[in-house]
Design a protein around this ligand. Structure first.
Ligand SMILES: [Fe+2]
Ligand SMILES: [Fe+2]
Length: 300
């Protein structure tokens, strides 16, 4: 997969940084398994899973995270294209958003190369929600019609990518240890700028594009995103426990219970999410987003 986009010429340093993710030289397999990255880690439930189940959950959850970033990055590009057409928006604003969108374009190709390049992930046959048309169509519909809706909810997702990298770094000894860590390392360099920029974009656009529209759109986007992530976790459960028979057989009800528990772990025990919430709260205090009271739910 090649980075070629006619309307963007990033500098050589930026290109060099992403060059490993232009091809499929992906180094990510069982040698890189870490219990700490398995859902339920640190809870009582964790001990009830077999090693095989933990390994499968490890890979499926990484796919879930990777696809979530990929999906969001593509939505940023949709938002930029929609706002670009608006004649009332100043050039400087469009340029700032365009800059983010182009970096996201690189990120999305990087995550796609990673997903395609690791045979262990089996992404070709086992996609989490990337292939689910209804999800993509609904999110695209919201973003196209409410293009400013993803600035603040997006800042939190981007903050979680920063928190995620911090957690990964603790587990492996160098950024070149494996492709997943390397990808998250270079991704976080860009995202560190994006988080505050999303707050600036929000403040610069909300009155020009309509406060009510942004408030309603952000809420719709936030709900749709939560639903998407929840269904993604349901898929992680589905792929992680394929052939359990006998007393431990997972009935549909048990699968939904596991899904709810895994979703709960993701937002309450997962250190990267806890860090993202803390960071988002801090930005809410320092950047004072306009009409912030209507967006407070993002920090929950
Ligand atoms: Fe990104
Ligand atoms: Fe970003």
């Amino acid at each position: 997969m090649k980075f070629n986009n006619h309307f963007y010429s990033p500098n050589d340093q930026f290109k060099a940084k992403w060059s490993n993710f232009e091809n499929s030289k992906i180094n990510f397999n069982l040698d890189h398994f870490k219990e700490e990255l398995v859902p339920f880690y640190g809870t009582k439930d964790f001990e009830n899973f077999t090693r095989e189940e933990k390994i499968q959950m490890f890979f499926e959850y990484i796919k879930f995270v990777s696809e979530a970033f990929l999906l969001f990055e593509q939505l940023i590009i949709v938002s930029e294209r929609s706002i670009r057409k608006n004649k009332n928006i100043p050039f400087e604003f469009k340029e700032k958003l365009w800059h983010i969108a182009q970096e996201e374009m690189y990120h999305s190709i990087g995550f796609k190369t990673f997903l395609n390049g690791s045979t262990q992930l089996n992404w070709k046959n086992h996609k989490i929600y990337y292939h689910t048309k209804i999800i993509r169509t609904s999110l695209c519909f919201i973003v196209k019609n409410f293009p400013t809706c993803l600035f603040l909810p997006g800042a939190k997702l981007e903050a979680s990518s920063l928190g995620y990298y911090v957690e990964l770094k603790k587990l492996y000894d160098s950024n070149h240890h494996n492709s997943w860590l390397e990808l998250n390392a270079i991704h976080s360099q860009d995202e560190a700028h994006h988080v505050p920029m999303q707050f600036e974009l929000h403040n610069d656009s909300i009155l020009k594009l309509g406060a009510l529209k942004t408030i309603v759109g952000s809420l719709l986007f936030f709900i749709a995103l939560q639903l998407t992530l929840f269904l993604g976790i349901r898929q992680v459960v589905e792929y992680s426990f394929p052939q359990i028979k006998g007393a431990r057989r997972l009935t549909p009800l048990k699968k939904w219970i596991l899904t709810v528990k895994m979703a709960h772990w993701s937002v309450r025990n997962n250190e990267s999410y806890i860090a993202a919430r803390r960071m988002t709260k801090r930005y809410f205090q320092s950047q004072k987003p306009k009409f912030g009271i209507f967006f407070k739910y993002i920090t929950w």
